[in-house]
Design a binder for this molecule. Structure first.
Ligand SMILES: C[S@@+](CC[C@H](N)C(=O)[O-])C[C@H]1O[C@@H](n2cnc3c(N)ncnc32)[C@H](O)[C@@H]1O
Length: 283
């Protein structure tokens, strides 16, 4: 059973809607921040703030766009839950989903051939199932949206890179933190995106050979990576040291200067089309 909505959230969202309808965006935003200053766990207020911060197409719109633009032969998704994003793959795409605790029947709305592996991404990568076909073909598009802790996202990137086909595109969810409270390792709020955002500064620092851009899309960003090299072992070799140093990285700079830390691009399909052409994404 979900927790009852806090009365402060109901009141703040009502005022926010009215001010937004009147075109008073700054005042609408102030109402939301004031509410969070009184009570840090108001999930509806966090979502409203995220939508105000990043207008335009949201992450599901972008998933659809990448499927249509890239027409991947093989799509790998880590963390499928109900299957909302799995269902965005086209009929020509072979879909592979991985989730230890999926909800309902996540494959029911997939248009093409699809398989679900009920296990953690770590178990999946430790022994990649031969019937997934991944060892033969690799993937053309992958979406990492499972456990959002930095340590797991790092391992997911390491595991996925080994299976990348030439020109593969990797998408990482929840890479733009909204507030310090919602972007830490421990979950303390209903709206929680975890500290997986640290993967962006980590890859930019350690893998300058990769092409990386982060779409400022609601609710919490989507990072696009190309130039993957299955033979590159650097991240795996330095895994322990990387974990140790990024555990200490505070979110302050990512919150105050996201463009500098997270390589923000534009929430615009034409700009992404140009970026992908230059970054060698696609077949
Ligand atoms: C945010 S939901 C995924 C939502 C889905 N991608 C979408 O947008 O429709 C996160 C999912 O990750 C799964 N998950 C958690 N830890 C995981 C892990 N270690 N490996 C794979 N999936 C994991 C959870 O069970 C949950 O269903």
């Amino acid at each position: 059973m979900s927790a009852p909505v806090h009365p402060l959230e109901t009141a703040a969202l009502r005022r926010w809607r009215r001010l937004r309808a009147e075109g008073s965006v700054a005042a609408a935003q102030a109402v939301l921040w004031d509410a969070l200053a009184q009570e840090p766990n108001l999930p509806g207020v966090h979502v409203a703030l995220a939508r105000l911060r990043w207008p335009g197409p949201d992450y599901r719109h972008w998933l659809t766009w990448f499927h249509q633009h890239l027409q991947p032969r093989v799509y790998l998704e880590l963390g499928v839950e109900h299957g909302h994003t799995l269902a965005l793959a086209g009929p020509q795409t072979r879909v592979i989903g991985v989730d230890p605790a999926p909800k309902g029947d996540p494959l029911s709305r997939c248009a093409g051939p699809a398989r679900l592996y009920r296990r953690t991404s770590a178990d999946f990568f430790a022994d990649v199932p031969s019937d997934s076909g991944l060892a033969d073909t690799g993937f053309d598009l992958a979406f990492i949206d499972g456990d959002h802790s930095f340590d797991t996202v790092l391992d997911d990137v390491i595991g996925a890179e080994r299976l990348a086909a030439p020109g593969a595109v990797l998408l990482l969810h929840d890479t733009v933190p909204l507030t310090a409270e919602t972007a830490g390792r421990e979950q303390r709020t209903g709206f929680h995106t975890g500290d997986g955002w640290k993967i962006v500064p980590c890859l930019r620092a350690l893998r300058p050979d990769l092409h990386i851009v982060t779409l400022p899309t609601a609710p919490s960003g989507l990072t696009v990576v190309t130039g993957l090299d299955p033979s590159n072992t650097l991240l795996g070799e330095r895994r322990a040291a990387i974990r140790e140093s990024y555990a200490r990285l505070p979110p302050d700079a990512a919150l105050s200067a996201p463009s500098r830390v997270l390589a923000l691009g534009l929430n615009d399909p034409d700009a992404m089309r140009r970026w992908l052409r230059q970054a060698g994404g696609g077949r």
